[in-house]
Design a protein around this ligand. Structure first.
Ligand SMILES: Cc1cc2nc3c(=O)[nH]c(=O)nc-3n(C[C@H](O)[C@H](O)[C@H](O)COP(=O)(O)OP(=O)(O)OC[C@H]3O[C@@H](n4cnc5c(N)ncnc54)[C@H](O)[C@@H]3O)c2cc1C
Length: 396
């Protein structure tokens, strides 16, 4: 990039603003404008997540997730300390509830050690209860540096940095349909990962053309709603920190967990059900075009054929509070449906390849003049400052 370069960033979520901020730090001569169609920052994934700063336990060796999560959590912790944003190292306990889950728990431990996660400790059933007196399991793994944070507060602070450094934040402003050719022009538009990508990035089949026949390969962005139940305040003492299951390796989601929030509430979730609207936070939300795009994507039909059983189980939990609670009771036997009273949800922008594979790693691609964050699932909020460093290295 040279001289009068202007960069447009589409999306004032945690990734878009981290990228805008990093661009200003590394290239003060570049003029940065961030657009968001919503009136406030962090309105979608960033404002509807679990609020966990992940220490980097699960991610495969040499993946971007492994590298950027480890670097990201360190940068995030420092940033929160600098800006006075509450960041609480309440620790995480991953719990195996059956003997069959123990080898998978050991695999996670091995990966975590390889990724450099500090302070890990194997737990016996009695030791699990030292951390979490009400939680039952046959084996556990404790990560003391896993933390909780308010990602919207972090995102607001990034926005303040961008504006203070002379950048422009245009809220309530939808990006031009094609950021590269609109009247407002940016030399190097950056499209931060979202549920409803603009212009040509929106189409599910956007991607490099296949060598023969010109068929587009994807990935498509498929919206998966993650629903949470909130524990009644007088029952929140049943969980001290973060309690996670041993995840099913076939899915990129971590499974329903207990999450203490910085405001002291405890949530149970999120599950993973297909969302019938890309930005639909209630079960009843339906946008016919969004649903039609998902159903038309061959990768979705393949995924549905392979994993319909799992889909039915998740849907059952979504429709019935009792079924949802029954899943969580495996870890917390004294939990009852009367212990939860609130309900809320987030929607994940999950990339799905044409062959039905859920894309696990972060994916950042150049599509002509646009740099697009195509897959930024959890732990992307934790990793935001490191993703920004990585993306800007490639951009400049
Ligand atoms: C249920 C759930 C739980 C999660 N838990 C965690 C966790 O505990 N820890 C963690 O690290 N990560 C977690 N994540 C992941 C994390 O929230 C996301 O990775 C992160 O928020 C992605 O940020 P983003 O900026 O890419 O996307 P978003 O926050 O979705 O921002 C995209 C923005 O783009 C805007 N936009 C879209 N189209 C246009 C347009 N045409 N013009 C202008 N603006 C537009 C949207 O309005 C939106 O504000 C979770 C995610 C979910 C959904």
């Amino acid at each position: 990039m040279t001289g009068e370069t202007r960069v447009g960033v589409v999306g004032a979520g945690i990734i878009g603003l981290a990228v805008a901020r990093q661009l200003q730090r590394t290239r003060p001569d570049v003029e940065v404008t961030v657009f968001d169609k919503e009136p406030s920052v962090g309105s979608h994934q960033t404002g509807h997540n679990s609020g966990v700063a992940h220490a980097g336990l699960y991610y495969p060796r040499d993946s971007l997730k492994a590298r950027l999560c480890r670097r990201g959590i360190g940068l995030l912790k420092e940033y929160c300390a600098d800006r006075g944003i509450p960041y609480v190292e309440c620790g995480k306990t991953v719990v195996a509830v059956t003997e069959e889950e123990v080898p998978r728990l050991r695999d996670i431990e091995e990966r975590a050690r390889h990724n450099g996660v500090p302070g890990l400790r194997r737990l016996s059933p009695e030791e699990i209860r030292e951390h979490e007196p009400h939680i039952h399991g046959v084996a556990g793994l404790h990560s003391p540096s896993t933390a909780i944070v308010d990602f919207v507060a972090v995102t607001r602070a990034y926005a303040d940095d961008v504006v203070a450094a002379g950048g422009t934040l245009l809220l309530g402003t939808r990006s031009p349909r094609s950021p590269a050719t609109a009247t407002w022009s940016a030399s190097w538009p950056v499209n931060a990962g979202h549920l409803r990508p603009p212009g040509r990035l929106r189409r599910p089949a956007v991607g490099p053309r296949g060598p023969a026949g010109g068929r587009r390969r994807g990935p498509a962005i498929v919206p998966f709603r993650g629903e949470y139940l909130t524990m009644r305040p007088d029952r929140a003492h049943l969980v001290n920190g973060l309690v996670y299951p041993v995840p099913d390796p076939r899915y990129p989601f971590l499974g329903v967990h207990f999450t203490r929030r910085v405001d002291g509430t405890v949530d149970i979730g999120p599950n993973a059900v297909l969302s019938t609207a890309r930005e639909g936070y209630r079960r009843s939300d339906l946008v016919v075009r969004d649903l039609a795009e998902t159903l038309a994507w061959p990768g979705f039909r393949r995924l549905a054929r392979q994993h319909w059983r799992m889909g039915v189980t998740e849907m059952r939990g979504s429709l019935s509070r009792r079924a949802f609670v029954a899943g969580a009771r495996r870890y917390l036997p004294e939990l009852t449906a009367a212990d939860v009273d609130g309900r809320h949800a987030g929607v994940r922008a999950q990339a799905l390849d044409r062959d039905g594979t859920l894309v696990d790693d972060f994916r950042i691609s150049r599509l002509g003049p646009v740099t697009a964050v195509r897959n930024a699932p959890s732990p992307a909020a934790t990793s935001s400052l490191a993703i920004a460093e990585h993306l800007c290295e490639g951009l400049l």
